[in-house]
Ligand binder design. Structure first.
Ligand SMILES: [Zn+2]
Length: 417
């Protein structure tokens, strides 16, 4: 919440210029660790050769604390072949990444103030996974020792490649969230140093009036995957093995206690964020808000902190007025105390979605996204955006466009605000 900075014009500019940038440490695509020494689990994919693919990592290592920062992670290098006619649209991750990367890189010269880069999602470590998931479940999944029913509930055939994909789906969200926490920690430290300097100068000069006010850049990050909100502590369902958002939330609460004390999850996928609802029950520091269709549950409905149900066939007008009302309530209430937001930006509310059952237009989804961006900006907290659901009919275009637009719109929003 501490984004406003007061510093004196008389502060040394050289000092200021040096301190306004910091060297970022980026997560590596590490080989996953094991729970027990007896069993081993390695990444099957090995190092990613971005030179021979069309993907170019552009990770920035020096971040200016006063400009907007938008690190983007993607994991389509872990594409897993699925049986013919499988319901899961695996290729959408690559196709969305290609669109987002092309659109943003084309606009970067025009919007130089936004520091945006693209990095392959690292594999999550077991240590991070078990902040949220049962060690026994994690180990059985890594070893391929799940029951047939467990595999059926998730909906993916198990393979070593699918293990890497699941680990990167969570690892990318953890990396996206921690990237922002690193910057926020540096911003806080800059604030503290500047205030101490001001106190010192005020004392020396005997004046305290010549103060200037400036603001740090907005912090958004994104994972072009994740939003796997149907995973529970010891089981998965609905194409979700682990809950990336829950793991990332627990990791930043553990590793950045000076930066993050309270978290808000805004889940606007057409399906309820049932996994996160259960994972954070009784945890006051994480508020779960899910707005979803009331006739589209994979399994039993669960209790989020705030559940808003909408009927099948809901159109833009009802959706927007409902979301506006509840985001305002959140803004006046809980949002005042949160210092990190996760946005599950599923686009399966789209009228063209195969599984969604709602009737929201692409313009409506853009308006929805903007409302969430506005909330994050107004309460001045970092926000991590994840992909969530989106299931194409025969024509993939509307779903790809809606997914890609979430991220392109976030970039443009940061450039224009
Ligand atoms: Zn969904």
């Amino acid at each position: 919440m501490m984004t406003m900075l007061l510093f004196k014009r008389t502060s040394s500019f050289a000092n200021y210029a040096q301190r306004r940038a910091f060297q970022r440490t980026t997560a590596t695509r590490s080989i996953s660790t094991t729970i027990t020494a007896a069993s081993t689990c390695r990444s099957t994919a090995g190092p990613i050769d971005t030179e021979t693919s069309d993907i170019k990592e552009t990770t920035a290592n020096t971040i200016d604390l006063f400009r907007p920062f938008f690190p983007i992670y993607y994991n389509d290098v872990y594409e897993v072949p699925l049986p013919p006619n499988h319901r899961f649209p695996m290729e959408k991750y690559r196709k969305v990444r290609e669109r987002v990367q092309h659109a943003i890189q084309t606009q970067m010269s025009k919007h130089e103030k936004v520091q945006c880069d693209f990095t392959v999602s690292p594999l999550v470590t077991v240590e991070d996974l078990i902040t949220t998931h049962c060690p026994n479940y994690v180990q059985r999944y890594l070893d391929g020792n799940q029951t047939k029913e467990e595999v059926r509930n998730v909906g993916f055939p198990w393979s070593t490649k699918s293990v890497d994909r699941s680990l990167s789906s969570t690892g990318g969200t953890v990396a996206a969230a921690t990237s922002l926490c690193q910057v926020r920690r540096e911003q806080n430290s800059f604030l503290l140093n500047s205030r101490n300097e001001d106190l010192h100068l005020n004392h020396e000069n005997g004046d305290g009036n010549e103060m200037d006010e400036c603001e740090f850049g907005q912090l958004f990050s994104a994972h072009l995957a994740g939003g796997t909100h149907h995973a529970f502590r010891d089981r998965g369902e609905g194409f979700c093995v682990f809950s990336d958002i829950a793991v990332a939330a627990n990791v930043i609460l553990r590793d950045y206690p000076d930066v993050v004390k309270n978290i808000l999850i805004i889940d606007l996928d057409v399906h309820q964020g049932n996994g996160n609802a259960v994972l954070f029950q009784g945890r006051e520091e994480v508020i779960t808000f899910s707005m979803h269709c009331n006739a589209n549950y994979f399994s039993d409905k669960q209790d989020s902190d705030l559940d808003i149900e909408l009927p099948p066939g809901t159109t833009d007008e009802t959706y927007m007025s409902t979301l506006h009302h509840w985001l305002n309530r959140v803004r006046k209430g809980d949002a005042g105390k949160v210092d990190f937001i996760f946005f599950q930006a599923g686009v399966d509310i789209l009228e063209d979605d195969r599984l969604g059952r709602m009737s929201i237009s692409s313009k409506g989804i853009a308006r929805r996204n903007e409302m969430v961006f506005e909330l994050a900006k107004d309460v001045k907290v970092p926000m991590c955006i994840t992909m969530g659901g989106g299931y194409p009919k025969k024509d993939w275009e509307p779903i790809l466009k809606a997914h890609a637009h979430v991220y392109i719109q976030a970039f443009e929003y940061m450039a224009n605000h």
